[in-house]
Each structure stands twice: as structure tokens, then as C-alpha cells.
Design a protein around this ligand. Structure first.
Ligand code: IPE
Ligand code: IPE
Ligand code: MG
Length: 258
């Protein structure tokens, strides 16, 4: 008798080539719910389980940073009911999950214009950030009230002020200086960016940081995105040749010299 044991994607991963930073545009909650005849908010609430799945998967294979796009500055323009529901979900989820984040050694950070979030959200986030700050495992970075264009604009303004006050010279403005003024200062660029729901666009997410990221688009709606989908994206990433402007032969030479 022949039988085969189907290996999951996790077992097929090259442990020496795990991305340090994975970023995800969690998209498709609304369509997922609508297809099931439910309110869009049901999709958002169900999407929280996919956040847990991805975070656990990332931790298990030692992805150091997992950035999740949770709310864009453009999302304020959605119907008030949905925006309010999303803010409530955020507050409740954060407060419910702090213990689990600590049990799993996960540290929480945020990027985006978080000072402008409603007080209840901001306070809950500050509390969770403080209570997880000593954790040494995966860093969960939530992009909230986030816009990449705004991130770049505020960096330009701060750099211009430093120049005007004489703290820096024009020649000091290099990649490193710009990066130190982004919300993501201290966080490496994502090697891999995943977007669910079949949309093939960036939607104002990490425009600077994604310059050389590998992009993975899947038609799965976010509430259906499970650990195996995450591992599959990493597996597919590992089949890519990241060339950074070089030609294949040069990369082979570099490999030989490793
Ligand atoms: C992503 O799902 C969650 C947020 C943007 C907050 P959507 O709410 O965008 O779901 P679709 O794209 O309308 O299906
Ligand atoms: C991007 O999704 C923002 C988040 C996932 C938080 P959207 O659903 O808002 O993006 P568009 O409108 O389809 O580009
Ligand atoms: Mg969407």
C-alpha cells in the first residue's frame, strides 16, 4: 500500500532564510462578511482570529517583526458606524490580548499618527506598549491611523527643521538619516509584504520601506487567512531570487564567497 504524508509548508521552510520582517495588508474583511450575508463588522471581528494565527505562525518560525496594516488615514472616510465599530474592536482586542502577548513574549509597537486616535484607543495602546516593552520575542507592529505619504512628509518637515537650525548639513541627509525620521526608525525594512483579498496595490502602506520587498498577493480574504497561508507565503518568498539590481551570476559569486 502506498500512502503519502502531506508535509505542511512549515516543514518545507529553509530555517536559514526566514525573513526578519513580514508586513501584511489585512484586506477583505468586508467582502468576507458580505458574502456570508453578515454585517461588515462581523468580518473585522473574525479577522482578529487571523491576527492571532499570523502572529503565532510568525513567532514559531522566529520572524522578528510582524507589521499589520490595521487602519489607514483614508479609512476614516468609511461610514461612521464602521469606523466606530473598528475603534471599539481595537480597544477590546488590545485589552483582551495583553496577557496572551506577554505569555508569548510578544512586544507591541505602533506606527502611524497614533496621537490622533480617540483617547480610549490611545490609552489602551500606550498601556499595552508599556506592559509588553520588556518582551524579547516577535515584535508586533500595528499600523494605525497610518499613511505612508504622511510618514514621509513628517520626516521631511523634521529634517528641514534640523537643517534650518544648523543641527545637520545637506550632505548629512542619507538613507540612514531619513530612516531614523520614519515611524519605523529602528525596524528593518520588510523582506516580504503580503496582501490578502486579491487587490494588487499598496494603498499608502510603507512606501519607503517596501522599496525592495518581495510582494505576495493572495485572493484569500483576511478572515480566512490561517497559519498555513502564512507559511505558504514564506515558502514562496524563499523561492524568489532577490537581485537588488544585480544580475543572477553576480549573486552566485556572492553566494560562493559566503
Ligand atoms: C480590511 O478589510 C480591514 C480594514 C481596512 C480596516 P476591508 O474592510 O477593507 O474589507 P473589504 O476590502 O471591504 O472587503
Ligand atoms: C488598506 O485596505 C488598509 C488596511 C488594510 C488597513 P483598504 O481596503 O482600505 O484599501 P483600498 O481602499 O482597497 O485600497
Ligand atoms: Mg479593503
Amino acid at each position: 500500500m502506498f500512502f503519502s504524508i502531506e508535509m505542511g509548508y512549515k516543514d518545507k521552510l529553509d530555517k536559514d532564510n526566514i525573513p526578519e520582517h513580514v508586513a501584511i495588508i489585512m484586506d477583505g474583511n468586508g467582502r468576507w462578511a458580505t458574502e456570508k450575508g453578515q454585517m461588515r463588522l462581523v468580518g473585522h471581528a473574525t479577522g482578529v482570529e487571523s491576527v492571532r494565527e499570523s502572529l503565532t505562525a510568525a513567532s514559531e518560525i522566529n520572524v522578528k517583526f510582524l507589521t499589520l496594516y490595521a487602519f489607514s488615514t483614508e479609512n476614516w472616510n468609511r461610514p461612521k458606524e464602521e469606523v466606530d465599530g473598528l475603534m471599539d474592536l481595537l480597544v477590546n482586542t488590545i485589552s483582551n490580548e495583553i496577557e496572551s502577548l506577554n505569555n508569548n513574549d510578544v512586544r507591541l509597537l505602533t506606527i502611524g499618527n497614533t496621537p490622533d486616535l480617540p483617547d480610549s484607543c490611545r490609552n489602551e495602546l500606550l498601556n499595552a506598549i508599556k506592559r509588553t516593552e520588556k518582551n524579547k520575542g516577535t515584535v508586533l507592529v500595528l499600523a494605525l491611523n497610518y499613511s505612508a505619504k504622511n510618514e514621509i512628509k513628517q520626516a521631511i518637515k523634521r529634517i528641514a527643521e534640523e537643517y534650518k537650525s544648523g543641527d545637520i548639513e545637506l550632505d548629512d541627509i542619507d538613507d540612514e538619516l531619513v530612516e531614523n525620521h520614519l515611524y519605523t526608525a529602528g525596524i528593518p525594512d520588510p523582506e516580504l509584504m503580503i496582501r490578502t483579498s486579491g487587490e494588487i496595490r499598496i494603498s499608502n502602506f510603507l512606501l519607503w520601506q517596501l522599496a525592495y520587498s518581495e510582494l505576495h498577493f493572495t485572493s484569500v480574504f483576511w478572515p480566512d487567512f490561517k497559519k498555513e497561508d502564512f507559511y505558504r507565503a514564506i515558502y514562496e518568498y524563499q523561492t524568489r531570487e532577490r537581485r537588488f539590481g544585480l544580475i543572477g551570476e553576480q549573486l552566485n559569486e556572492l553566494d560562493k564567497n559566503d
